[in-house]
Design a protein around this ligand. Structure first.
Ligand code: AMP
Ligand code: MG
Ligand code: MG
Length: 326
């Protein structure tokens, strides 16, 4: 392909694997060395973005936790520093690849950047065509800290760092780091998924995992409609994706507006790479476009299962059910 800049996906995923681990370590270190007062908690939501953070002097620890729990879409210094580490380092090595990251355009901080390792996956065999993909068809979608609200509340198992890669708008590779268990799971469609600890459930089991902090009456109604045997409420999109992939639940069921493309890209790639699927609540593929003005919210919700056959148990019929908008 003369004249077309190409990227070796094996090297790009290696870099994401390296950076996911480093970002996770940073997120964990900030948690372990800073008090809740020093996390710089702000609220990015429409309701909260122009409101100055309330002074926490004189409040008890419980009152501070209540304030953190009341944020709608929180951000901390761990979110921004993790993103600066991942994005700045990726730009050093792969300047031609487009990046969409949750915290938007942050300044570069050279003190957080590294030259990412591109040789970590050498022992894995990648199909030939993945070793030279046109750079213009690749986008990296980054959630530098998924589960921020739970992070501020000390619910560490909900936290992940998410790095997903789309090729022509379809997730093909993903890296998910769980900072507090030290685990990094990665996967590439056509190569496989690595790093999971899978426990097979009883055949026919129907356990769903859904949001902890965005539960609504409408969401409860829709959960009833799919006859789950058990409903687990856990924070974070990455943690819920891993729970299904590892067999701790059977479907990630969130038929409600709210998650964004950076929440779903990396885990969708892991589902695709392992024979499962992640779609909207009606079973349609999620679109991923980095173009200005493109929709970044998954407006029709999220549904993920380990197999296409299981997916059918939870897909909503649009003629009967409207996805929750709150
Ligand atoms: P949850 O399952 O509620 O923990 O959400 C998973 C991810 O989606 C987190 O990164 C949340 O911040 C995001 N999310 C889900 N619903 C909303 C919402 N209504 N507003 C903002 N972010 C949301
Ligand atoms: Mg998130
Ligand atoms: Mg985030």
């Amino acid at each position: 392909m003369a004249g077309v800049e190409t990227v070796n996906l094996q090297e790009l995923v290696s870099a994401c694997f390296d950076l996911g681990g480093r970002a996770g370590e940073l997120v964990r270190t900030i948690f372990e060395t800073k008090s809740i007062d020093d996390l710089g908690i702000s609220d990015k939501s429409e309701e909260g973005k122009d409101v100055a953070p309330k002074p926490t002097g004189g409040l008890s620890h419980e009152e501070k936790l209540e304030l953190a729990a009341a944020t709608v879409d929180p951000q901390t210094i761990a979110d921004t520093r993790s993103q600066q580490l991942i994005v700045g380092s990726l730009k050093r090595a792969f300047s031609s690849v487009a990046i969409v990251a949750e915290e938007g355009n942050l300044s570069r901080d050279a003190s957080l950047e590294v030259s990412p390792r591109q040789d970590l996956l050498r022992e894995h065999s990648f199909p030939e065509d993945l070793l030279a993909l046109p750079a213009r068809d690749l986008v990296v979608w980054i959630d530098p800290l998924d589960g921020t609200k739970e992070y501020t509340l000390g619910m560490k198992e909900a936290v992940t760092t998410l790095i997903g890669i789309t090729y022509k708008g379809v997730p093909i590779a993903g890296v998910v780091n769980a900072p507090f268990s030290g685990k990094t799971v990665w996967g590439v469609v056509g190569v496989g998924v690595f790093g999971l600890s899978y426990t097979a459930p009883e055949p026919g089991r129907r356990w769903i995992v859904t949001s902890r902090s965005h539960m609504t009456e409408r969401l409860q109604e829709l959960i009833k409609a799919v006859n789950a045997q058990k409903v687990l409420q856990v924070g974070g999109a990455g943690s819920k994706g891993l729970m299904v992939l590892e067999g701790q639940a059977d479907a990630y069921f969130f038929p409600q507006l709210g998650t964004k493309k950076w929440d779903t890209c990396a885990i969708e790639a892991l589902f695709r790479a392992s024979g499962g699927c992640l779609t909207d609540a009606y079973g349609a593929d999620l679109p991923y476009s980095p173009l200005p003005g493109a929709e970044l919210t998954n407006t029709l919700g999220v549904l993920a299962t380990r197999s296409k056959a299981e997916h059918a148990n939870y897909v909503l019929d649009p003629a009967r059910f409207t996805v929750s908008k709150f």
